[in-house]
Design a protein. Structure first.
Length: 550
């Protein structure tokens, strides 16, 4: 019994070593993730770890019936995880670091318990993904689209009810008041948790694969429709009882009501997909196929134990990790360093930790000239400097910035904004306007890339992102681009890729964001605003080039 206790303590020490190294290696990522969980859209993430642990515990009999088989195959996942780690670390992208952690975690589990056991817990291991928040470009893109769709369907519901309602972007005009469909009403607050709930219901749903898929996919339209219903009910209550009810108690309580309403629809859907069978037969802790497989697994496990007991050395399975069962007293520390996969994994993790903490892959490259010296008179344009609030400056994490309202001789405006980053790190990298351009009431009429005839870096033209947005009688045209070292980039994927590559080869991740906005005045056509913005771009680029490092 003492030998068995020593083996168990040996396992827990190894788990502690893995946990400590991973905690230090991904500390910044976990800290950022904890902050993200504080966002009301992601509070459901707190439930994911206990759900994952429960699902693994629920498979304990199947796991105990099979011997652990240390495997080198798990190192494929570990190596891939290390690759993602360096891409995320040097590129400044948390999402890739979350992906790295998942691959490393699965690889470590696989290398110690083997493929047969890993197959038993495949779903909880995949469910770990649900604890990671989505990247900003996906989150903000979905938020904008869902707000527009939810407000559109909500207006239709109000009109069917008999109310006079008109939609302008995300603003619903009810005649007596206007409702702003903010991010909290976008539907994302329900989409992600309902999608996870759909996965869990499908996992326990005793039916064919295609019916499970239908259940999971249906969470998307269910979320949109129920959230549109919430918006419509807000408008109705606003008319009946005023803003205190519509925006106070109901706005908070309706979230729970809509969630439970959506859950009821999903359960009804399961009942229909099962052919209106009894509810008790819809869900179990595993399908009959899984239960049969578990029985076969237990039988194989018992036969394997009988065979192993006839050998002088065999593998004991405590905590579902493969270790030598020979007493520590006979092998001493040699037993602690088995299986060899443990030693190799710790060495790889340790080297990665030392390199990530001990080697500086980025140098802080100061701006060539402070933006405080940026001229207010440029090529016939005269400007007035603008300043941001401290809370916005702290949020954007740039090293220096300049924003100026320039006007031409006719008094027509172009807003110029540039932010410079000495070093782009995790959480301190450029925020693309694609994620934060105005969404409240603005409609994107045109969006894409364009070539501007500007002499820059030996070229006759320069790529920019171009967007034409509209709200009521107000229209705007905007250009934005990313000067990064000796390149001009136009999308977030290029930013991350070149940040990784230049950090690795040049120890540099400095860069800038440039954004120009001009109104499209009522008395002019879009082509006139285009001509004005191109003329300003041609004037400002050579001046800006004097401030940014080569």
């Amino acid at each position: 019994m003492n030998d068995l206790n020593e083996i168990k303590s040996d396992i827990w020490i190894k788990i502690g070593i893995y946990g400590l190294i991973l905690a230090v290696l991904y500390y910044a990522s976990f800290l950022f993730l904890k902050q993200e969980w504080g966002n009301e859209d992601f509070t459901y993430c707190y439930l994911i770890p206990p759900i994952v642990l429960y699902l693994i515990w629920e498979k304990r009999k199947g796991l105990a019936a099979l011997p652990s088989e240390a495997s080198w195959a798990g190192f494929v996942f570990i190596v891939v995880g290390f690759g993602f780690f360096w891409i995320g670390e040097l590129g400044g992208e948390y999402t890739i670091l979350f992906l790295s952690f998942w691959f490393v975690l699965v690889g470590l589990v696989w290398s110690h318990i083997g493929w047969r056991k890993l197959k038993i817990i495949w779903f909880p291991m995949l469910l770990v993904f649900a604890s990671f928040t989505p990247p900003d470009f996906l989150y903000f893109g979905l938020t904008l689209r869902l707000k527009l769709l939810s407000s559109k369907i909500g207006v239709t519901m109000l009109q069917i009810y008999g109310m006079s309602a008109y939609r302008e972007g995300n603003v619903i005009d009810l005649g007596f008041t206007q409702l702003q469909v903010v991010d909290a009403c976008s539907g994302l607050r329900y989409l992600f948790p309902l999608f996870v709930l759909g996965l869990l219901l499908a996992y326990f749903f005793k039916t064919s694969l295609w019916k499970k898929a239908v259940l999971v996919i249906s969470t998307i339209p269910i979320t949109i429709i129920t959230n549109s219903l919430r918006i419509a009910l807000t408008g109705i209550l606003y008319e009946l009882w005023g803003p205190k009810v519509a925006q106070g108690f109901f706005h908070g309580f309706s979230g729970w009501f809509i969630f439970m309403f959506a859950l009821s629809i999903m359960l009804l859907e399961m009942w229909m997909l099962s052919g209106f069978s009894s509810f008790r037969s819809l869900i179990s802790l595993g399908s009959s196929k899984e239960q049969d497989e578990q029985k076969r697994t237990e039988g194989r496990g018992l036969r394997t134990e009988d065979q192993e007991q006839r050998t002088s050395e065999h593998t004991e399975d405590f905590g579902h990790i493969a270790v030598s069962s020979e007493p520590l007293g006979k092998k001493g520390w040699r037993s602690f360093f088995s299986p060899p996969q443990f030693v190799v994994a710790v060495i790889l993790l340790g080297l990665t930790l030392v390199l990530s903490q001990g080697v500086e892959f980025r140098e802080k490259v100061p701006i060539s000239k402070s933006f405080k010296q940026f001229p207010l008179d440029v090529g016939g344009w005269s400007g007035s400097r603008q300043f941001m609030e401290r809370i916005i400056i702290d949020e954007l994490d740039f090293s220096d910035y300049v924003t100026v309202d320039y006007k031409d001789k006719s008094g027509k405006l172009v807003n110029f904004y540039t932010a410079y980053y000495e070093s782009q790190r995790k959480g301190e990298s450029i925020h693309s306007p694609a994620s934060c351009l105005p969404g409240g009431g603005w409609i994107f009429r045109e969006a894409g890339s364009a070539k501007i005839p500007v002499a820059f870096k030996g070229q006759n033209s320069m790529p920019v992102n171009r967007a034409f947005i509209e709200k009521s009688d107000y229209r705007q045209l905007t250009y934005y681009w990313f000067p990064q070292r000796d390149r001009v980039l136009t999308n977030a994927y290029q930013l991350k890729l070149y940040n990784f590559w230049d950090a690795l080869t040049r120890q540099r991740t400095d860069g800038a964001l440039v954004r120009l906005i001009t109104p499209v005045y009522p008395s002019e056509q879009l082509a006139d605003a285009e001509k004005r913005l191109q003329s300003f771009t041609q004037a400002i680029v050579p001046v800006l080039d004097e401030f940014l490092p080569d």
